[in-house]
Design a protein around this ligand. Structure first.
Ligand code: FE2
Length: 311
């Protein structure tokens, strides 16, 4: 009797990866990537002797991960976000492109459409009690030749004093600690806020579960996010880190970069900063951003990662 439907692992894999409905072109790229990933997982299950119970526990975890909205924490925590930056850096080097300010991961907590102002803004909420050390961050956005970029859009966002981000935290106002600033004719921006703390992944949920099983912490050091866009310039997604944080070289998302740790200038006199409501010495942070020349229009579109991927 011929055996049409009894397979070895390898025969099953070949069938899974070669099935096609006749006349349906599908996507060769999706087929290639899926075949590779399924093949790698088949081999991992076989090599590591993964039991059925372990497999279904993992399947359940993935279902809960998707439902929890924490996929972006897992991609960062397992190094995928930084991997993409490393690959972009390598591609830049290979192509001989001037790199400018180092890129750093966007993270999953960006929200488009924050209030826009020209040259300067208060990123913290005016009139509320200030929950941290008053900070003004300022600098110039430059192109690869060092020339100021006028009209660049500097999108800035950071966590509150509890390490939480507006939109994802129901206790904060819409767009709290999120602003867009358009650089002036000299390419300058400046904003007032307070020095944010670091933060930790939610203590309960699929991310915490995996990290507990891995014996890892889920802490990020204090940082401020930026997404900067200007016509003809490649969008720059980056972060700056505040010095002195316990986790600065032990970020669970592996996002700290040596060129992005800023210097704090405490005790900076208030003169010249009155328009930001400052009347006492404060902590200044000076940081210039250098952008890359966009290779095409697509690279200069001011899109966040998901909008770029699915838009
Ligand atoms: Fe963040």
């Amino acid at each position: 009797m011929s055996q049409k439907n009894e397979f070895t692992l390898q025969q099953l894999l070949e069938r899974v990866n070669s099935r096609r409905r006749s006349g349906d072109a599908g996507s060769d790229r999706v087929r290639t990537i899926t075949a590779r990933i399924v093949g790698d997982l088949f081999r991992a299950i076989d090599d590591l002797d993964v039991s059925a119970d372990e497999f279904w526990a993992a399947s359940d975890w993935l279902s809960r991960l998707g439902a929890s909205g924490q996929m972006g924490l897992i991609t960062a925590g397992l190094g995928f976000d930084r991997l993409l930056d490393i690959r972009d850096d390598e591609a830049d080097r290979a192509a001989g492109r001037a790199t400018g300010t180092p890129r750093a991961i966007e993270g999953p907590l960006y929200i488009a459409g924050a209030p826009l102002s020209r040259y300067e803004a208060r990123v913290d909420e005016e009139g509320e009690q200030i929950p941290g050390e008053v900070m003004v961050m300022e600098g110039v956005v430059r192109d690869a030749q060092g020339r100021p970029v006028a009209g660049a859009l500097v999108d800035v966002w950071h966590a509150n004093e509890k390490g939480r981000y507006s939109h994802f935290d129901p206790d904060q106002k819409e767009f709290a600690l999120r602003r867009r600033i358009e650089t002036d004719a000299q390419g300058r921006y400046r904003f007032r806020s307070y020095l944010p703390p670091g933060y930790e992944i939610p203590p309960v949920g699929p991310t915490a579960e995996l990290f507990q099983a891995l014996g890892r912490h889920g802490n990020r050091p204090a940082h401020i996010h930026f997404l900067i866009a200007a016509p003809g310039q490649r969008v720059l997604t980056t972060q700056v880190n505040l010095p002195g944080d316990t986790f600065i070289d032990d970020d669970f998302a592996f996002a700290t970069r040596d060129g992005l740790v800023v210097t704090l200038e405490p005790g900076t006199p208030a003169a010249g900063y009155e328009s930001l409501g400052i009347s006492a010495p404060f902590t200044r942070v000076q940081f210039d951003f250098t952008m890359q020349v966009a290779r095409d229009e697509e690279e200069s579109k001011p899109l966040a990662r998901m909008a770029r991927a699915v838009g």
